[in-house]
Design a protein. Structure first.
Length: 162
């Protein structure tokens, strides 16, 4: 899938405007002329400038390039299902990670993705369990990032060594 540069430029420009609008509400520094919103504002201005250049480039190339060119994968139901499964996995994690926990979400998502892509469902189950456990322990014990345990909260002490 290939988007015309004008579309990408418009998205980048809008993102730059959102960055600037959010940086505007950062607290102001009292004794210096710039505060915590200074760098995001500079980055937002850069994004708007680069996005504008992409829009100009995309409009100039519009005669040779369509606004959206789909690849050969878009005609394969299996590939389209895989694409939609990735998007559904992201939504699933965002909506349910706090309630059922990172580990359970990770197992379900990896099982679905690996199973769909490989077709080996038992192997997908084993890989998803081991990979989810390793990721959970690495974040919780090594990086000290508290991931949500969700329904496994009563058993979280069994998996920690601190």
């Amino acid at each position: 899938m290939k988007f015309n540069d004008a579309i990408i430029g418009l998205v980048v420009t809008l993102f730059g405007a959102v960055v600037i609008s959010q940086a505007w509400y950062f607290p102001k520094a009292q004794h210096i002329p710039y505060g915590p919103g200074f760098l995001p504002t500079i980055l937002g201005i850069g994004l708007i400038f680069c996005g504008g250049l992409l829009v100009i480039s995309g409009i100039a190339a519009r005669r040779q390039q369509a606004l959206l060119a789909l690849g050969a994968w878009s005609r394969s139901p299996r590939h389209v299902a895989g694409f939609l499964l990735v998007l559904a996995s992201l939504g699933f994690y965002v909506l349910l990670a706090d309630d059922i926990g990172h580990f359970a979400c990770s197992v379900i998502i990896l099982f679905a993705l690996i199973g769909h892509l490989s077709g080996h469902w038992w192997r997908a189950l084993g890989i998803s369990l081991v990979a989810s456990f390793v990721i959970q322990m690495f974040f919780v014990e090594v990086l000290l990032v508290p991931l949500p345990w969700g329904v496994l909260e009563p058993y979280s002490g069994l998996f920690t060594w601190r």
